[in-house]
Design a protein around this ligand. Structure first.
Ligand SMILES: C[S@@+](CC[C@H](N)C(=O)[O-])C[C@H]1O[C@@H](n2cnc3c(N)ncnc32)[C@H](O)[C@@H]1O
Length: 381
């Protein structure tokens, strides 16, 4: 709290919400993701797909293997690996498939989660463990397949407020009772960023929005995919996350945006409560992320809901192959698959999106053809 107050004072009394969110989530030792509390699973604050079932990672691995073959690479990079469950599931399934892995790099902001990942991965064979490395930054040039599950939603966002006549950036000031909202007239750069996102949603003008209207823009998420695309020489990027194409994201009725807080499986909407103890997250605007990806030379390979992606990667067949006489263990897998596929849970709100990159047209086509988790010619609606 003192740190946030000091930052606000040092910035003449106001910081953007992205700066507040970065402090609340990632300040070493104090931020939500950097602290020691349990975040994932039944005893934590929220559940992610790899925590629900290893069949999730097995499906993802099937898709990664196809791209690895098309790009002729054994190099995988995972961003934001959480507890390390997905890395473990992917490495096990690739071994079962006989798909060679030369390196599995993890890029993780939280030192505490890096330790948890190392703990989880100690269950792998020494040969597999030897392939895992933690990096602080992306190598300059990369021929690899890149994976990020629920990472974009954890990246800091900026907030805007349209009052019907003027556009503001909604940021954070300090009051007697602690942090509080404060709007500032949007700078021309910020207004351009908002207008770009709204154009993606088919809104020709800010006046198309009802007032008041508050929502987010994802400058950091866009910068992330631009940087990644710039470093990737050949390969593919798969990200799974909750969110919408821009038309749904900036729908007139979604006039309070998607910013949310998670604590002990309860959803809240006040980011100034329990700072550092609750997760802050915003849905992903896939249209804006795809536009930024395109600027970095990434070609959209597919976009669909998570249920379709997992079924295209054999989730139901994988469940059917589980030993049914395992009783409770089978029942818990079946229940997890239900949650992953259900429209009311993670099947529809969560999306899979992938891009490929290769200078060689034949390799690019092979990567697109290998995108079997998606329908051919997948488009953002
Ligand atoms: C919601 S968790 C998801 C964890 C894991 N992928 C899973 O599915 O269980 C978000 C993760 O992304 C990490 N993260 C957020 N921004 C990141 C960035 N720019 N680079 C690397 N990791 C990041 C967080 O520290 C955390 O591990």
């Amino acid at each position: 709290m003192t740190l946030i107050q000091a930052r606000i004072e040092a910035a003449q009394g106001w910081i953007g919400f992205d700066a507040f969110m970065a402090l609340a989530l990632y300040t070493p030792g104090l931020g939500y993701y950097s602290g020691p509390s349990r975040k994932f699973g039944a005893g934590g604050d929220f559940v992610t797909a790899p925590e629900l079932s290893p069949l999730f990672g097995a499906c993802v691995a099937g898709q990664l293997a196809a791209w690895m073959q098309a790009a002729g690479t054994g190099h995988l990079v995972e961003f934001g690996a959480g507890t390390g469950q997905l890395a473990s599931q992917v490495l096990n399934e690739l071994e079962r498939l006989g798909q060679p892995v030369t390196r599995y790099d993890i890029i993780e902001l939280s030192g505490n989660l890096r330790e948890q990942q190392a703990d989880t991965l100690r269950a792998l064979s020494p040969t597999q463990q030897g392939k895992v490395h933690w990096l602080d930054r992306l190598p300059d040039q990369l021929q690899a397949v890149v994976l990020a599950n629920e990472v974009l939603d954890a990246m800091p966002v900026n907030l805007f407020h349209w009052d019907g006549g003027q556009l503001f950036e909604r940021g954070v000031a300090w009051s007697e009772s602690g942090p509080c909202w404060q709007d500032r007239p949007a700078t021309s750069d910020f207004e351009a960023l908002v207008r770009r996102s709204l154009t993606g949603a088919g809104h020709a003008d800010l006046k198309d929005l009802p007032a008041p209207y508050v929502s987010e823009v994802h400058a950091q998420g866009q910068a992330w995919i631009r940087t990644l695309g710039g470093h990737l020489q050949a390969g593919a990027v798969l990200t799974l996350d909750y969110g919408f194409p821009a038309r749904e994201y900036y729908h007139g009725q979604r006039d309070r945006g998607t910013l949310a807080c998670h604590h002990r499986h309860q959803v809240g909407f006040d980011p100034f409560l329990q700072i550092g103890a609750q997760d802050l997250t915003a849905h992903v605007d896939f249209t804006a992320i795809d536009a930024a990806a395109g600027e970095a030379g990434l070609n959209l390979a597919g976009f669909c809901n998570q249920a379709r992606f997992l079924m295209n990667n054999g989730l139901l067949e994988r469940l059917a192959a589980q030993p049914i006489d395992a009783g409770l263990a089978y029942a818990s897998q079946a229940q997890a698959v239900g949650r992953l596929l259900s429209e009311a849970e993670m099947g529809e709100l969560f999306k899979a999106i992938a891009w490929v990159k290769a200078e060689d047209p034949a390799m690019r086509q092979a990567l697109l053809d290998a995108s079997h988790g998606f329908e051919p010619g997948g488009r953002l609606l």
